[in-house]
Ligand binder design. Structure first.
Ligand code: SF4
Length: 286
């Protein structure tokens, strides 16, 4: 039997194993979803639209992208399935309708920030690219890459779009032995992120295996929910031989995911708790 593990499962394992436990092992339905989910998903759709129709130019105005956002929000089934909470919406939004309207407006502003400063590659190869990597142990790791492109000198560039709140400036990284908090969120000045995330490690490995290019460049295109939203491109620093580390990381994560027991699913309190869909369940378990 072939086992399938998604990159997002590996990511969730690194972020908070208990959250992954509730979601994937016990399969407890979410109590709620933060508005960041439909917002991020609508934002991703607008960027996918932009890059899928890419001709090296920027549209004259952001209207086309805003229309994609609006359609994505209107058809997002989150709003009909479970309660949506609006943690990052201003306090004057006193009811759901106001909360929704504020979120819609905020999403347009994020898209406008992207439109003002988008990443412009020399060539787009694919968007929402589905891939599979098979580990030596026969496990298929499945993921989706937001954007694969080429820069001016032909180097493959892999870009992950992130719609993030300013407050989420903490990265969970894997140091080979355990989980560490890296509080040093990179500054815009350097444009570099020092430690690769598991997700980007896996993307990098896929890029190298597929395109035969050991110098694949890895980026986060971040659209940041500041008062005045900004869009910035940050490149990941790639340590030498990180691809060896990737296989070890995948093996370690798969082992933990496959052997998860409630006892071995630690509760890692972090900024994620604010938007966690199982926060009440989690609090009641302690
Ligand atoms: S509330 Fe926090 S610690 Fe608990 S499962 Fe969610 S993210 Fe993990």
């Amino acid at each position: 039997m072939t086992l399938h593990i998604s990159v997002s499962q590996i990511n969730a394992e690194v972020g908070c194993p208990r959250e992954r436990w509730y979601d994937k092992v016990e399969k407890i339905p979410r109590e709620s979803k933060p508005s960041a989910y439909p917002q991020g998903s609508a934002g991703h759709k607008a960027l996918e639209y932009f890059y899928a129709n890419y001709d090296g130019t920027i549209p004259d105005d952001p209207y086309e992208l805003a229309a994609v956002v609006q359609q994505a929000l209107e058809t997002d089934d989150t709003f009909t399935s479970i309660p949506v909470i609006y943690p990052y919406i201003k306090k004057s939004a006193t009811n759901k309708r106001e909360g929704y309207k504020e979120m819609e407006m905020q999403t347009y502003m994020l898209i406008k920030a992207f439109w003002q400063n988008p990443y412009m590659p020399a060539e787009v190869i694919d968007t929402e690219h589905k891939f599979t990597i098979q580990t030596p142990g026969g496990v298929d790791v499945i993921g989706y890459i937001d954007l694969i492109a080429r820069d001016e000198d032909g180097t493959i560039c892999i870009v992950d779009h992130k719609f993030i709140a300013k407050s989420s400036g903490t990265l969970k990284t894997f140091d080979g032995e355990g989980l560490t908090d890296d509080d040093d969120w990179p500054t815009v000045d350097t444009g570099m992120i020092e430690q690769l995330t598991p997700q980007m490690m896996i993307y990098g490995l896929y890029g190298t295996l597929t395109y035969g290019d050991p110098n694949v460049r890895l980026f986060h295109q971040e659209i940041v929910k500041n008062k005045k939203p900004v869009c910035r491109l940050l490149e990941f620093h790639r340590p030498p031989n990180y691809q060896q580390e990737v296989m070890e990381l995948i093996d370690a994560m798969i082992d933990r995911i496959m052997n998860a027991t409630k006892k071995s699913s630690p509760r890692i309190r972090s900024w994620r708790c604010g938007g966690c869909g199982w926060s009440t369940t989690c609090a009641n378990d302690f």
